[in-house]
Design a protein around this ligand. Sequence first.
Ligand SMILES: CC(C)(COP(=O)(O)OP(=O)(O)OC[C@H]1O[C@@H](n2cnc3c(N)ncnc32)[C@H](O)[C@@H]1OP(=O)(O)O)[C@@H](O)C(=O)NCCC(=O)NCCS
Length: 199
Amino acid sequence: MTHSLHSLKTIPAARLPRIAEIHLGDAGLLSKLGYPFVLRYFENAIQDERAFGFYAQDDETGEIMGFSLASPEPSALTAKLAEDKAWFIRNIFKVIFTRPLAFLQVIISSVTIRGQMYEPNTIECVYFTVNPKFRGRGLGRSLQRALMDEGRKRGYKKIYASVETWNIASLKATQANGFRIIKTFREGFYHRHRLESEL
Ligand SMILES: CC(C)(COP(=O)(O)OP(=O)(O)OC[C@H]1O[C@@H](n2cnc3c(N)ncnc32)[C@H](O)[C@@H]1OP(=O)(O)O)[C@@H](O)C(=O)NCCC(=O)NCCS
């Protein structure tokens, strides 16, 4: 089975919901907020000038196998979720009542992100996720590697990633791509490694 990588910016709008569904396999906070937030996030991400990413597609069936996303300022992507105030209030209230712990984590994480320094000439590997049936064949690693290659082409000098300490598959793929752990920290319910690599 062969696959090809394509820029996320070129994905047909009708296929974006599939990216959102695959993303729900990520254990991070965005998934916990639920599908409407995830879809809105990726709708914003593909329109964001500075964010970039890739999706992997099975050459035979056309099925989307996974994707990756990077940005020099991930907090700007998160902030865009609140741009449409009416939409945001309606949906965040649903989270408050149905998933109060996720809402608590939003507050903790937004404080943490605000405290994070974004150095010039650096990018964050914001997400990389592979459809469970295609995992364990090096696809995660190549989707993240594509972010690194594109980041280097755009003149960025360093890439960062945060990975939960239990997430062995992500840690293995990330470290195989040359990242090293620079610190381990707690962010609310999450216990994460911070990793970096030169580009
Ligand atoms: C992380 C993720 C993208 C990796 O995708 P993938 O295509 O399976 O990744 P790769 O095959 O390139 O590499 C995974 C490595 O972890 C290993 N691995 C996978 N699952 C594992 C497990 N449960 N325990 C130990 N090792 C595991 C694989 O064998 C491979 O190591 P190897 O290269 O030494 O053989 C995928 O697991 C995923 O989508 N997870 C959910 C979303 C997520 O957590 N994203 C990362 C957020 S930081």
